[in-house]
Design a protein around this ligand. Sequence first.
Ligand code: SF4
Length: 401
Amino acid sequence: MRIDLYDKKRLGIYVHVPFCASKCAYCDFNSFVPDDGEIVTRYVDALCAQMRDYRDSGKNYVADSVYIGGGTPTSIDPRELKKIISSVRRNFDVSKKAEFTVEVNPGTASYSTFRMLKRAGVTRISMGLQSADNRELHLLSRCHTRQDFVESFRAARQAGFDNINVDLMFGIPAQTPDSLMKSLNFVMRMEPEHISLYNLKIEPGTPFWENRLNIAPILPDEDTEYEMYSRAVEAMAARGYMQYEISNFSRFGYRCIHNLKYWNCEEYLGFGVSAHSYFNSNRFAFTDSVDDYIEAVTDKSSSVPLTSESEILEARERMGEYIMLRFRLNDGVGSVDFARRFGVSFESLYGGKILKYLKNGLMEKRSGSYALTTKGMFVSNYILSDILEFEDLGSVSRELV
Ligand code: SF4
């Protein structure tokens, strides 16, 4: 029986490229600098083989978003990157209107690479700038300068990209609210369609963590971080970048379709090391070792496990996950949507818990939905750990609560 395109379910596809030109001092992502091109080729071949293996599982789906991230996908040979893109298209039904994003670090992609990406059907570029202050970039051990960013951004525009995201960070050692605003204003003058603003966290296993005692005196304190965040949110709103998620801001019509899938608990398949998937109510993740990944995918007789975690979510867990993800969004948790999904009212389960946040201005009710305010988003970890009764995930400013 022929399955009509419109009968197909929607799917997001994520592909992880774990290679970088150099390792940043704060980075705890699964990424590393490859010794040679051989490991890259073997990894890309394994990725393509894995996508082939999933071809049948994905046949009743149409992919409306594809995201190639990392790592730095543009740090590998453009021919290898093209192989990955072709493999996605060959093995899955990618909608003509799909959002197709590739992550790029400034200085790692030339005009011809952007042209190749454009011709291959990539529609969106996500550029990791982090700061427009060269001293801050140096401190983060980023592999590029502010000028590299300007050149890469212009090359992407010249190649025809009309949907570009720029990543920025706040909470960088020695950063001040003024230096953040300078970086942000610089970025807004370049007029990207989307800006992501992340809070730098010092994570175990990173050079920053090893050096944390020396860094601590120059880290912005929580009040300063809140000033940075709130000033940035306000400045972006004034320039037409509307917040739709804790860390994400866009011009009208340019919200990131792929990331919205994560926050809306929609289905996606992830390929590559440590890639996560949510497919058929099943959450799973692949091994974080590149060698194990290549062996498990390419040698079917191998006993090396490919999947590192897998779980079928029970109703109560799905509910908790939904709340956790939806409160990241400006749209928040909708009463009607919650009742439709779980057959029980949000208020009857969590009404008592959320009352104090509604009263102290960290949460508000708008058009039938409960959503965090800017202040609430800044302390979202604390609020969620309280509502869902799990251990606090991070350092938060409890004084605000
Ligand atoms: S470029 Fe990104 S993935 Fe690579 S080391 Fe830096 S932060 Fe990590």
